[in-house]
Design a protein around this ligand. Structure first.
Ligand code: SF4
Length: 703
């Protein structure tokens, strides 16, 4: 390498595929000049466009001017301008405001949101420790709540463990792939590559999606169901398996419980009875069930097309039921893949940035676990689970007892004013909240309501560990010096905790990691040294010696992580979506993703290369027949209305959209589809029904 340059091996910050990247860094000018694929376990040297081009905001001089560079406070209160202050003043002010709120209303008046993006696992550990040990509440959560919380809740109920049981590399060896509510090509292009490889090796693919996705195009069976009917379909497939004798009876007998009750409850779900609800012929449902059951190497993949419904948890359980019925658990190349979206959403769950669990999924209401953390952290910890973040608006706007309201919201690396459903309500809640702290790398929509804005280092500017979607801990390395006065997220929250009288101090991310490992048996063996030597370690990994190289797939031999080791066959009846279309709002809206962008675009929206590919005001994908009826065509500006709001975007006429259905990404700042979405929540996971609400599209005259 030429003098003045170095290569830094790290992990892409853009999705749970966890691709390894080699960054070429100009050390003289402190800038990244190139990214190429490195040979990671999941990516084999490949990257998608975000990995190759998604980093110029870190080094482009013009883009750098947009970064948050120093702490700011609204000294004149809500509505006044943000003013630059020193770190010392910002930390002291934040600590004092939080202490005053705790004194008046108690610790449960404070809500904390961690980040599933750049900060990494060590920062996540610090966020939940800060909330629990310093503030004194379990009110800590993160964006898994609005994406895969239903997977965690559902799989824990079914098989005792909420993560992918299968690994990304195994996908290409599947004989059957059951792909439901998951568009790998836009969510995880490098996972999509494994699906394509599996097809090339002879795998059969069943794709369940109202859209004609890239996976649907190569599928052997595409069930283009009516939006919101996942559970009806899954129950009909289970019915077929039982009725046609496709069940693996030996597996069910040895490794599951509840079969009799489950089979009886499915009585009304014959495909012939459900076909008109689901919107596909009964024989196609039966064919899909037969194909699923035909192999012991059937891999089920799902995304938010399963979880972002008010019946998300029940649908996750129903997916798992199909694998339990057919013996598709417990050996290599089988099982379930709830493929986590954001780069570190798996990790942020692993670290216990959730209201009900400590790091390593140890429950806060388990006295033994709580006693362990109390001893380690030197405090008394709250015994009851905290608040999921989707209930924050309700706790600010509709809770009448001030002692039960949320008065402070400390948000790390998230933007609820863009990402959460029904943005009108979110803005009202943020306006009404007494004290809002934002810790991020760029200004975002939520910062408009912030009393304090704290600048954090971005990916590339700090060390960390991320967890890939398939439980893989991988090292993320600092490549360049941070911009301005930005601090790593973990350092900021340690400083606030210390100012509040609960000293938290670490000299490195490794020190934080080692503390976390010492308290989390499932992760204890995953040392920095082992990650360094192996390129990554999949949990569970319990022994620090090199003998334990981690776990490729879960539930070996059909022994599940439930109390008695058995998988539970649990039935739930299908219920229609909350807001059906009608004459006033005749089209359904489903939120999706744009492949060149990530999450709420805090990073990619400030990236020159990726914004060139697709930028505001975005689009609403509609079937040409619907466009014709409305007299609009691709490129036309339109208003989209729902009962909650209105937004502007451009029409994209495409056969990929099912007639009567529309699709928008939640990523555009102008054409924000969450102005339209509904805050209806799954009662168990509290995940919103982003995937279905009723809208009306209206052409804008004189464009
Ligand atoms: Fe990054 Fe995901 Fe693309 Fe891999 S697939 S390069 S992790 S965005």
């Amino acid at each position: 390498m030429e003098q003045g340059y170095k290569t830094v091996r790290t992990v892409c910050p853009y999705c749970g595929a966890g691709c390894h990247i080699a960054l070429t860094v100009d050390t003289v000018h402190n800038r990244i000049v190139k990214a190429t694929g490195a040979n990671g376990r999941t990516n084999e040297g490949r990257l998608c466009l975000k990995g190759y081009y998604g980093w110029d905001y870190l080094t482009d001089p013009q883009l750098l001017t947009k970064r948050l560079r120093y702490p700011m406070i609204r000294k004149g209160g809500k509505g006044s301008p943000l003013e630059r202050v020193s770190w010392e003043e910002a930390i002291q002010y934040t600590a004092e405001r939080l202490q005053a709120i705790i004194k008046e209303y108690g610790p449960d008046a404070v809500m904390g949101a961690g980040s599933a993006r750049g900060p990494g696992n060590e920062a996540g550990y610090i966020t939940q420790k800060f909330m629990r040990a310093c503030i004194g509440t379990n009110n800590v959560d993160h964006c898994a709540r609005i994406c895969h919380a239903a997977s965690v809740t559902g799989l824990r109920a079914s098989i005792g463990e909420g993560a992918m049981s299968v690994s990304v590399p195994e996908i290409e060896d599947a004989e059957v792939i059951f792909n439901i509510g998951y568009n790998a090509a836009t969510s995880h292009p490098i996972v999509a590559r494994r699906v394509v490889k599996a097809k090339a090796k002879g795998a059969k693919i069943i794709c369940v999606d109202p859209q004609i996705t890239e996976t649907a195009r190569i599928a052997d069976i595409h069930l283009q169901i009516k939006g919101g009917t996942n559970l009806a379909l899954l129950n009909a497939m289970a019915y077929t398996m039982i009725e046609e004798g496709l069940v693996d009876e030996a597996f069910v007998k040895a490794h599951t419980e509840g079969f009799e009750d489950y089979a009886n409850a499915l009585g009304g779900y014959a495909p012939e009875a459900m076909a008109s609800i689901i919107g596909v012929p009964a024989e196609m449902i039966r064919r899909a069930a037969r194909l699923f059951a035909s192999s012991k190497h059937t891999v089920t993949l799902w995304g938010m097309g399963i979880t972002q419904f008010a019946q998300g948890v029940d649908s996750v359980i129903a997916c798992s039921n199909l694998s339990l019925l057919t013996g598709n658990y417990g050996h290599r190349v089988t099982g379930v893949g709830p493929v986590r979206g954001q780069n570190n959403v798996q990790g942020t769950c692993d670290m216990g940035v959730l209201p009900d669990v400590y790091p390593g999924y140890q429950r806060v209401d388990d006295p033994k676990a709580r006693a362990k953390f109390e001893k380690a952290w030197g405090v008394t910890l709250p015994a009851t689970p905290g608040l999921p973040l989707t209930l924050v608006p309700e706790k600010i706007l509709r809770e009448t007892d001030p002692k039960k309201q949320i008065h402070a919201y400390y948000i790390v690396g998230e933007d609820p004013a863009q990402s959460d459903p029904d943005l009108t309500e979110i803005r009202e809640a943020l306006s009404a909240c007494d004290f809002v702290v934002i810790q991020d790398i760029f200004m975002n929509k939520t910062a408009e309501f912030a009393d304090v804005v704290l600048p954090a280092t971005a990916w590339g500017e700090h060390d960390a560990v991320y967890s890939s979607c398939d439980r893989g801990f991988q090292r993320v390395r600092k490549a360049i010096e941070p911009v301005g006065e930005a601090w790593p997220d973990w350092k900021i929250q340690c400083a606030v905790a210390t100012a509040m009288g609960y000293p938290m101090s670490y000299t490195s991310t490794q020190e934080i990691w080692d503390e976390m490992r010492s308290l989390s048996p499932k992760f204890y063996g995953a040392t920095y040294e082992k990650m360094e030597a192996l390129g990554g370690v999949q949990w569970p990994c319990v022994d620090p010696s090199m003998e334990d190289r981690g776990t490729e797939y879960l539930h070996e031999g059909g022994t599940f992580a439930t109390e008695n080791g058995k998988g539970r066959l649990l039935f739930a009846p299908y219920k229609p979506v909350h807001e059906e279309v009608d004459s006033e709002y005749p089209l359904s809206l489903c939120t999706v993703r744009e492949v060149g962008h990530y999450s709420v675009r805090t990073m990619t929206g400030n990236c020159r290369m990726l914004s060139k590919l697709e930028d505001e005001p975005g689009w609403i994908a509609m079937n040409p027949a619907d466009c014709k009826r409305l007299g609009i065509t691709t490129g036309d500006l339109v208003y989209v209305h729902s009962r909650r709001g209105k937004t502007i975007t451009r029409c994209l006429a495409t056969e990929r959209a099912k007639e009567g259905a529309t699709y928008m990404t939640y990523q555009w700042w102008v054409g924000a589809c969450n102005e339209l979405t509904i805050g209806m929540l799954d009662p168990k996971s509290r995940t919103p029904e982003y995937k279905y609400c009723a809208v009306r599209v209206e052409a804008i005259a004189d464009q």
